[in-house]
Ligand binder design. Structure first.
Ligand SMILES: Cc1ncc(COP(=O)(O)O)c(C=O)c1O
Length: 475
């Protein structure tokens, strides 16, 4: 089955085009009466992607790519076609594309292989996903220094003075790494990509976490050239899950020191001498057998996205987000107090389709995020709530400083909490005496104005609800 957004569809207005796309490719969303607003969590897959992939699987015999037999050769060819497609999609001629299980798998390779030493600084924006935050364990384990640069409290954007200062004042070392997200997975803020070259001019290698950016924005690696880029494919086109990539700038490649070897990553291994020759390029970091049945679906997914056009997706998502934000601003209680507060910049050229918000009852009490999620679940609305694996932004929003957080951790087992994630948050809320976490709404290529309307009806319905006693006593 072909993608149905053919030439005729290209002449439609954006609204008409995406409504048609929803009907043709995402009919199951309406059939199930879903309102899906968690595109930053995971994109939805188009019917044609799944059909094209299944047709390919049913028509071919594919074998483990580590051989030269016919089925192996075909699998290798398809994997390499997908790799070439990824490189072309990001205009990444100067990069190797390493397939990984997800963005976290890509980030883990950097943690394990970046040559941190006691002279190193891992400079990291406070607005990072935990899979980037976690790299600090590798740096600190080598006795290097991890230093966070906070974002501005009022609009969650980079504080230029702080970051410039940190980049300039960090002692020079052979291995200083700066990590930031191209787009925040919580606030949707698009951080200025010119920081890549500024950091490099100050002697840093740069890790750009592009996982939340690339689903709705063009990343052109012939223009912006970070040393490392992490991506999860299901966030761009929904199917398949379990695949991402690490893009490594060829000129930085040899700086990474792989701490072990596995099948597929070595050219030759000797047991009697314990010597080995590592493979070069992407092969060095693809441990064992790659996911050769699903990797061909990456090309199908990227072809699908290209058939729509990333410019068109960006324009659409911005328009939906702007409309939603304006309409939410009009949702008020009878006395004119707002029901919703959206956090982050008002200027939509500086943000994507992800918004973090809090909801208030008519007495001005904030609904807890589990309460909001529960109400939304009841209306088949899929939203995301909590702290979104990005504690930096939540600590800023909740005005929690180092002293507050140290005080909390001192009361706990230093390494782990004996309870579920829900319990740990309830416990923390009790400790601080105030609510934490928020609700994230994210729109994407399959969102329609009907989805926004249903979400706005949900928000209006909060006029008749009160913050529950249990939560009120905690806030
Ligand atoms: C900005 C960002 N980085 C990294 C990740 C981790 O992605 P994954 O869970 O696919 O490994 C996410 C996931 O939400 C993300 O939004």
């Amino acid at each position: 089955m072909e993608t149905r957004n053919n030439l005729n569809m290209m002449n439609l207005s954006d609204d008409e085009f995406f409504n048609e796309l929803r009907k043709n490719e995402y009919a199951r969303v309406d059939a199930g009466k879903h309102v899906y607003l968690d595109y930053t969590g995971g994109n939805l897959y188009a019917a044609s992607q799944v059909n094209n992939h299944h047709e390919m699987l049913l028509a071919n015999v594919l074998g483990n790519p580590h051989s030269t037999n016919p089925t192996s050769k075909l699998a290798t060819k398809m994997v390499e076609e997908s790799r070439a497609k990824v490189l072309q999609f990001f205009q990444a001629e100067d990069y190797y594309c390493v397939f990984t299980p997800n963005a976290s798998g890509a980030l883990r390779i950097i943690g394990e292989s970046y040559p941190f030493s006691q002279d190193s600084t891992f400079l990291i924006l406070a607005d990072n996903h935990n899979s980037v935050n976690g790299i600090r364990e590798y740096c600190n384990g080598k006795k290097g220094t991890t230093k966070y640069v906070h974002v501005q409290h009022d609009d969650l954007q980079i504080d230029e003075v702080l970051l410039n200062d940190a980049l300039k004042k960090t002692p020079k070392s052979k291995a200083n790494l700066f990590a930031f997200p191209a787009q925040s997975n919580v606030s949707g803020v698009k951080h200025d990509l010119s920081w890549v070259s500024v950091a490099q001019e100050n002697g840093f290698d740069v890790l750009l976490d592009a996982a939340a950016f690339v689903p709705t924005s063009k990343l052109d690696l012939s223009v912006v050239q970070p040393d490392f880029v992490s991506v999860s494919f299901y966030k761009i086109f929904g199917y398949p899950t379990g695949l991402g990539c690490l893009l490594i700038k060829k000129s930085t490649f040899e700086k990474l020191c792989k701490p072990w070897f596995a099948g597929g990553t070595v050219r030759l291994v000797s047991v009697v001498t314990q010597k080995r020759f590592l493979a070069s390029g992407h092969e060095r970091f693809e441990d064992g057998t790659v996911n050769y049945l699903d990797i061909p679906a990456v090309k199908i997914g990227l072809d699908y996205i290209e058939s729509i056009g990333m410019d068109r997706i960006s324009r659409r998502v911005r328009s939906l987000a702007e409309t939603l934000s304006a309409e939410l601003g009009k949702c008020q209680h009878a006395d004119g107090t707002p029901i919703v507060k959206i956090i982050g910049p008002k200027d939509f050229s500086k943000r994507g389709g992800t918004m973090i918000m809090s909801f208030f009852d008519k007495n001005g009490n904030m609904f807890s995020y589990p309460e909001i999620e529960e109400y939304a679940n009841g209306m088949m609305i899929s939203i995301r709530s909590g702290c979104f694996c990005n504690p930096g932004i939540d600590e800023i929003n909740s005005s929690l400083n180092q002293e507050d957080m140290s005080g909390y951790f001192e009361n706990q087992n230093p390494d782990h909490y004996l309870g579920s994630e829900k319990e740990v948050y309830e416990d923390m809320i009790k400790f601080f005496g105030k609510m934490r976490g928020g609700t994230r709404i994210s729109v994407g290529l399959a969102t329609t104005s009907a989805d926004l309307k249903k979400f706005l009806e949900f928000v209006e319905s909060l006029k008749n609800k009160f913050v529950s006693k249990k939560i009120a006593s905690l806030s």
